[in-house]
Every structure is written in C-alpha cells, then in structure tokens.
Design a protein around this ligand. Structure first.
Ligand code: NAD
Length: 233
C-alpha cells in the first residue's frame, strides 16, 4: 500500500460507512459512480483514493463491497483492537463513555478517569470511574494506546503528558487547547465550534452567490455645509 495523503485518510471512514450501509441492504458489488454519490465525492476522486489502497474496481463489475470494506478497515487499523481510556468524565466524557459505536470500529473502552470525588466510584456506560491518580498504572496494565481528553482546557496538556509517558500513542483532544506531543504520538483535535463556523461560512457563501449583486455600500450623504459664521462687526 502506498503512503496515503491525509485528505484520503479523512475520507476513508465515510467510504466505510457507506459500504456498511450497502452491505446491510444485501448489496454485494458497487460502482465508483454509486459509491461516490453516496459519500458525496466525485467518481474520479473516489477511484484515486481507493487506488492508494491497491483497490481497483473490475470493469463491468465494480468493487466487491465486502472486500473493499476489509481493505479500508485494514488501512484504518481497525483489524487490530485499540484500547481506549477517557479522561474527564463530565458532560462530554459521560456521553462518549455511553456511546456504543466505538466497538464496531475496533475500539474497546478500558478506563474512565476523573478528579471529582463525587464522580469517582460511580458507574458510567458500564465502567466505574477511577481517580486520575491511577491513570499511568491503568494505562500500562490495560495496554491502552488511545486516550480521549475531555478535561477543562487547563488540564489538557498535563493530562496529555501523563498519558504519553504511560505509553499512549494516539490522543483525541476535545479540550479547547492545542496540546503538544512528541514524535511518534498522533493528536486529533475535535472542535465542534469550528465545524459550525465552517458551516456558517459555506451558508454565507451560498446565500452570497444566490443573492443579486449588492451595491458596494449605502450612498454616503454629503456632509451638510457649515453654517456661515456671521462676520463680527
Ligand atoms: N471540542 C468540542 O467540540 C467540545 C464540545 C464540548 C465540550 N468541549 C470541551 O470538552 C471539555 C469537557 O467539557 P464538559 O462539558 O464535559 O465539561 P465538564 O466540566 O462537565 O467536565 C470536565 C470534567 O473534567 C474533570 N477534570 C478536571 N480536571 C481534571 C483532571 N486533571 N483529570 C481528570 N479529570 C479532570 C472534571 O471533574 C469534570 O468532571 C471542556 O474542555 C470543554 O470545553 C469541547
């Protein structure tokens, strides 16, 4: 398999989701046109992305759905189990801990950590919340390689440092603070606010394109002439 451009990697989960949908409908083969339409890409883009995986469709037949799913899953590392911890079990951490969709994608939740004594010892999503003091030991014992950081911004970097020193190599950071990691560790920053802003940008562009051309700005009224000052006698 050739090195995959990051933009291709970012599209693979969408291809996999659409292929899963086809498989659940009993579809066994698909064309690049059909798959491209499902994912909202161009057929040429899709063919190029899949060619990086060595996945070529057969003329007149297209792609075999199950085979392509396996190739994409392998490229995304989903054929190996990844063990995940979540640090920060507030509103967001609790929602993530209760999310059942990780397992389908090869991720197994192995620990929840927080500092709040009111949360430690309670059960969330079938896991008992542990005090963050035991983070390093648990990461090592559980062989967790991925961590989700859902702490307040101020705790994000120290938490990341602890996770990395314990052996975590992938961080999904939700805290609104960019975290630094050494080489060999990957970070993905999730920011729903930025995503909404991007939607706002596209909505504005669309409405700008549809609306009739606006004049450059409202006509500026000329400033009134100053009252003549009566000459002093
Ligand atoms: N990226 C996004 O789109 C997005 C969306 C929502 C929230 N957030 C961010 O995610 C984070 C969590 O949001 P929330 O609404 O769940 O907040 P929250 O206040 O409900 O939860 C934060 C939790 O972190 C715990 N905590 C604090 N310091 C800690 C530490 N050192 N180690 C472990 N746990 C610690 C707190 O006890 C609390 O339970 C915040 O930083 C928030 O800004 C991001």
């Amino acid at each position: 398999m050739r090195a995959l451009p990051p933009t291709t990697v970012a599209r693979l989960p969408g291809y996999l989701r659409s292929l899963g949908g086809l498989a659940s409908e009993g579809v066994t083969t698909t064309s690049s046109d059909q798959l491209a339409e499902l994912v909202g890409a161009s057929p040429a883009q899709l063919r190029k992305d899949l060619s990086y995986l060595g996945a070529g469709g057969r003329r007149g037949v297209g792609y075999e759905v199950d085979h392509l799913r396996r190739q994409i899953a392998q490229a995304l590392g989903m054929t190996e189990e990844r063990r995940v911890v979540i640090v920060g079990i507030g509103n967001l951490g609790q929602a993530l801990a209760a999310y059942s969709g990780f397992a389908d994608r090869g991720f197994v939740l192995v620990g929840l950590f927080d500092t709040d004594p009111a949360l430690v010892g309670t059960e969330v999503g079938g896991h008992v919340v542990q005090h963050v003091d035991g983070l390093e030991r648990a990461v090592e014992e559980q062989e967790a390689s991925v961590a989700i950081v859902a702490t307040p911004a101020s705790a994000a970097q120290p938490t990341t440092d602890r996770l990395v020193s314990a052996g975590v190599t992938g961080i999904l950071n939700f805290a609104p603070r960019t975290v630094r990691v050494p080489d060999g560790v990957d970070v993905r920053e999730v920011d729903l606010g930025s995503e909404l802003q991007i939607l706002g940008f596209h909505a504005r562009q669309r409405s700008g394109a549809a609306a009739p051309a606006e004049p450059a700005g409202p006509a500026v009224e000329p400033a009134p002439e100053p009252e003549p000052v009566p000459a002093a006698d």
